[in-house]
Design a protein around this ligand. Sequence first.
Ligand code: SF4
Length: 333
Amino acid sequence: MTNINTLDIQDADLKWKGRRYYPISQYFVERFGTRVGKVSVSIAETCPNRSETNDDRVCVFCDEWGSAAYPLEREKSLSEQIQHNIKHVRRRLKTDKFLVYFQSYTNTLDKVALLKDRFDIALAEEHIAGIVIGTRPDCLPQRLLPLLDQVSKEHYAMVELGAQSLFDDQLEFLRRGHTAECTREAVAKLHEHTDSDVCLHLMFGLPNETDAHIIETAQQVNDFNVSNVKLHNLHVLKNTPLEELYRAGKFVPVELEEYAEKVSLFLRHLSPHIAVQRLAALSSRWDELIAPQWTRQKMPPLEFIENKLRSREQYQGDLFPSKQIQLQTSPEL
Ligand code: SF4
């Protein structure tokens, strides 16, 4: 499928089709030989933080929908959601190959037999090349691993872990209810027991965050050997604990200029072999967004960050320890 060429870092933009970072779209083309779209579904209905035993102490940023892209579709069956959402993704990406993304809440909490049924239904749909499972680092029980192993060997599977931060004091602020060590263990467990790709969700723009935090995060991610990361700015949504902190003046979201500096710093220290799913959060339900307003739109923040990198002749990985890197060649789109 691929050849290995040794390239200088300055050739990276050729491999990434003019981008300043390794986009997940490129990773999928290398893996599948064509564009691949993610089709989000809302199936899981809760997470550990919403249980009664946790006193409903939800993550500080989480709205009532648990990060679902299309929460109002949860009335539909899994197959109906896939068929309905595929139409939009097909039109947008002009592809006929898709991954079903189990996005809302925590998608590994239910009984293994039920999860298997869901995965089987998704994988049996036409044009589906694999599944993506959104979950938390502390929700990968041993009994689930054989199923993940089986799915990842017979199909494509990716586990998206909501790591958010690799520092315990920041996880405490976010009210995540798990530690950074838990994330390290989860990644190791997935590598050891399954063939799943691993994606880490990370947040920047947290209180007391320094450049040292960001560089250390990139270095740890490099050591994890994950296939990709998804970056978010911490933003304030209606009816969240963060809204209360924001209204009380105890939390100030970062503006785009500052966030772009943080993301640029992270990318420069990130291995050029780790793909990037997104550079910033997108708050598509505008009526729920309190601040910052720049996170309403997808493309302008992305272009702002890339332009900043471009104007300074910077790339993902240009401060990665090895300047001489190997990049995989891939089929053209
Ligand atoms: S972010 Fe995830 S784990 Fe946290 S409260 Fe929301 S759904 Fe639960």
